[in-house]
Each structure stands twice: as structure tokens, then as C-alpha cells.
Design a protein around this ligand. Sequence first.
Ligand SMILES: *Cc1c(COP(=O)(O)O)cnc(C)c1O
Length: 221
Amino acid sequence: MSVASEIIRLRQELPAGVRLCAVSKFHPAASIREAYDAGQRCFGESRVQELLEKIPQLPSDIDWHFIGHLQTNKVKQLIGKTALIESVDSERLLNLIDAESRKAGVVTKVLMQLHVAREETKFGFLPEELLSYFKERKFETLTNTHISGVMGMASNTDDDNRVRADFAEIARVFREIAGDDSLALRGFDTISMGMSHDWPIAVEEGATIVRIGSMIFGNRE
Ligand SMILES: *Cc1c(COP(=O)(O)O)cnc(C)c1O
């Protein structure tokens, strides 16, 4: 299957209201261009340097999503380049994004990364940590950051029940925050979850963005 035909097929299969983020990390600008020419506008990258090299090689109407672990010493370089930073995994990182966004005079949209999977990446907020962050209204100190929702990954396992339970947990935490009217959040409406091997389950559990890489672009080196 070509990149273009995979993009077209996925767009047909995804229900209305679920956006496709094509994860292009480790793939060259030429592959991204193929997807772009098939109409794809949202791409996910996990390394700051790689993203900064790709941006000038590609059209300016691409929405770049940063999806990898963001080191604090790279934040400044990234600010102003993304439509969405999906992988905010600590308060320290969030506060730094806010400070750098203020200095740059921009508002940065972010998702809070939840850690629910058993053995996957160690990064992200535990559900209780994220709920406390909102209950304690810590987001009120942010001036130049807009929290749009949550992002997460399921356990890397063939056990569909485990995967479904992880996605359900991410959606539950999202709903607990989004449904708390006392928080008066605006534009908190995004659940990013699901990758090449598990996206149909993520969509069933409420994903509004799926992040799909290898199914579109083939295997990474
Ligand atoms: C690489 C990556 C993906 C895409 O994974 P595929 O299995 O290639 O679809 C999605 N989300 C994150 C956070 C990633 O790092």
C-alpha cells in the first residue's frame, strides 16, 4: 500500500469527529509530502531537532503535533512551531512551556499526557496526579498555555481487554475533568489515544485524535 492510499483508507474508516495525526517520526520529508498531497495536514513528530529540520522543507499549512518526551532544555526552540504539544508529562514542563510562550508572545496549545499503561513509557501524570492538578486549580497560574485535553498510550500487549481498559481509564479521567463545571474550562475537548495496532479500540473508547505512524509510512529504522 502507498502512503497516499493508506491515508485515504484511514480517513474513510475514521468516524466523523476523530482526527488523524500521521506520525512521521524517522520518515523523510518526501514521505510527508506524499501524505500531504493526499490531503493530510496533521503530522506527529517526537524529536525537536528532527521537527525543526523538517518544517522548512514542507508547506507552512501543516499542523505539527509534538508527541515525544520533551526535554526542558528544548522547550524554547519548540515554542511557536507546533499546533499542539501532546506530551506534557510534568508540571515543571508545563510551567516552562508557559513561561517561554509568554516571552515569545504566543499561546501554546497542549495536552496532558496520562500514564496508565503497565509497562510502557514511564512518562506522564498518574490519573490521581492529573485530577489533583485540576482540583487544586493549578492551571489558573497559566497565562500563555491552553490545555485542550489529554493524551495517552495503552499497554503494549496482545490482550485487547487490557488495552481497552487502559483507553477507558484515559477517557474516564478526561470526563471527570471536562465534566467538572466548577473548573469552568474552555476548549477542553480532546482525547488523543490509539496507534497503528490499537486505534479501533481507542476510537470505540472515545478518542478524538488517533496517532498513526507505521501503518501509513511503514516500519521505522
Ligand atoms: C511513534 C508513536 C506513535 C505511532 O506509533 P505507530 O505504532 O507507528 O502507529 C503514536 N504515539 C506516540 C506517542 C509515538 O511515539
